[in-house]
Design a protein around this ligand. Structure first.
Ligand code: ACO
Length: 442
């Protein structure tokens, strides 16, 4: 099959958020720490009425409805998540409920987990299936979703929650470039969830930033090499119309653009005399080097504004959606441009999951009917974000305590209201004494 890639995209974010300025005041940190220091504006969250199953039910059903996809046209369904409700039963198995009534049970795919990388793994599995001898002509659906919550403390403002579903098949407008995806996988304890009764991770913030930047270095260098070897093209930041990242918080993304500019410079030093002193530095010595960071943030300032900032809408307004973060970035970018602006674009994407798994790959945008449909479906993204309900930090905190106490309880009747929910949202109606979970739709 030709031009295998993404044919449709759907986003779901919960209907409630806490404002990061309010959170700064509530947490008693210096004003500007979350909003300027981390670059975050709002943080989406959910109550005990939602869980990872309901998130995925909502986003998949919405994609099928909004793009008028008959479930019988789908032959593979993959879920990437690190929000684990059950050590055995997959979220995918819950989603089969949306297909079974159409007689669709020949539906391969299960869940994939490795921190924020699962969404990319789901996408890669879907692409591989369509390009393989197992393919039967139907679409694949890749779902990335997470509820990102942290214990009280410095990591809490970097939470978030959301889901993205992507329809994968041939003749796509968002074609995944073949043969150039570059990956870096290794072992580290930067962020992990060893306590299976808790939704909170164990996180070494500083180490996680170092691991993220190291993974970016390795993926970008290898991507450059692969393109140079195969296509005899020297890749640099200007090879791309857009550069997208997994976004734990937006400030790290701006530093990542600077990092790529640094790698480009070390690759092919230019005549900029301000940078001369950095010519001989080693990448691994510079993860927390303020001077290097400052110099290359300055050098890449305009590139950040042009190529990356448009992709940070959902990241800034919702927070880290873990597996869905990078794909929320793709949605943010697409909804910010016109068909003409996007046509022919080359988009770089960097996916990172702690522990660690990472890849860089690229997309070439082709103008076809499916692109028109995607753009028309995404026109509501900003409105949707604006229509959410603002909740005071204290209430947000009480809600996290409620989740903490009840997320694995059985039997359980959720207590939170569904009043503010967007139409079409699935919610948890009850958990029975055997831990079986039941959902209804607004
Ligand atoms: N005004 C403006 N900026 C401020 C202010 C202020 N009043 N106060 C602090 N800042 C800046 C700091 O200078 C710093 O920016 P810099 O790094 O550019 O200098 C930034 O705000 C954050 O402040 P720190 O003191 O470094 O924050 P802290 O150490 O408390 O926490 C961290 C930050 C480590 C990111 C924490 O939120 C965390 O652990 N998050 C989860 C881990 C994470 O997201 N890791 C990223 C990759 S892994 C993943 O995706 C989960």
């Amino acid at each position: 099959p030709k031009d295998v890639g993404i044919l449709a995209l759907e986003l779901y974010v919960p209907s409630m958020y806490v404002d990061q300025t309010d959170l700064e005041a509530h947490d008693g940190v210096s004003s500007g720490k979350y909003t300027i220091g981390l670059g975050q504006q709002k943080m989406g969250f959910c109550t005990d009425r939602e869980d990872i199953n309901s998130f995925c039910l909502t986003v998949v059903q919405r994609l099928l409805e909004n793009y008028k996809i008959d479930p019988r046209e789908v032959g593979r369904l993959e879920v990437g998540t690190e929000t684990i409700l059950d050590k055995s039963k997959s979220v995918k198995s819950v989603l089969t409920q949306l297909f079974e009534s159409y007689g669709v049970t020949d539906l391969e795919g299960i869940d994939t987990t490795n921190a924020c990388y699962g969404g990319t793994a789901a996408l890669v599995n879907s692409l591989n299936w369509v390009e393989s001898s197992s393919w039967d002509g139907r679409y694949a659906l890749a779902v990335a979703a997470d509820i990102a919550v942290y214990a009280k403390g410095s990591a809490r403002p970097t939470g978030g929650a959301g889901a993205v579903a992507m329809l994968i098949g041939p003749n796509a407008p968002l074609v995944i470039d073949r043969g150039v995806r570059s990956s870096y996988f290794t072992h580290c304890y930067d962020f992990y969830k060893p306590d299976l009764t808790s939704e909170y991770p164990v996180v070494d913030g500083k180490l996680s930033i170092q691991c993220y930047l190291k993974a970016l270095d390795e993926c970008y260098k290898l991507y450059k090499k692969k393109v140079a070897d195969k296509q005899k093209i020297d890749v640099n930041l200007d090879s791309f119309d857009a550069v997208l990242f997994h976004s734990p918080y937006c400030k790290l993304v701006q530093k990542s653009v600077a990092r790529m500019a640094l790698i480009d410079y070390l690759d092919k030093p230019n005549q900029n005399s301000d940078l001369e002193k950095y010519r001989k530095i080693k990448l691994e010595d510079t993860y927390f080097d303020r001077d290097v960071e400052k110099a290359f943030v300055e050098v890449s300032k305009q590139q950040f504004v042009d190529k990356t900032k448009p992709s940070l809408l959902v990241a800034a307004q919702v927070g880290n959606m873990y597996t869905a973060s990078l794909y929320g970035g793709l949605i943010s970018l697409l909804q910010s441009k016109t068909l003409q602006e996007l046509t022919g674009n080359k988009i770089a994407l960097f996916s990172y999951g702690s522990g660690l798994a990472s890849s860089m790959y690229s997309i070439t945008v082709k103008n076809n009917d499916a692109l028109v449909k995607i753009l028309s479906n995404l026109t509501g993204v900003q409105r949707n974000l604006d229509n959410r309900q603002k909740v005071a930090p204290l209430k947000f905190e009480q809600n996290l305590e409620l989740r903490q106490e009840t997320c694995h309880r059985a039997p359980y009747e959720p207590v939170s209201s569904i009043e503010s929910f967007f139409p079409g949202t699935y919610y948890l109606s009850r958990v029975d004494e055997k831990h079986r979970r039941f959902y209804e739709r607004v």
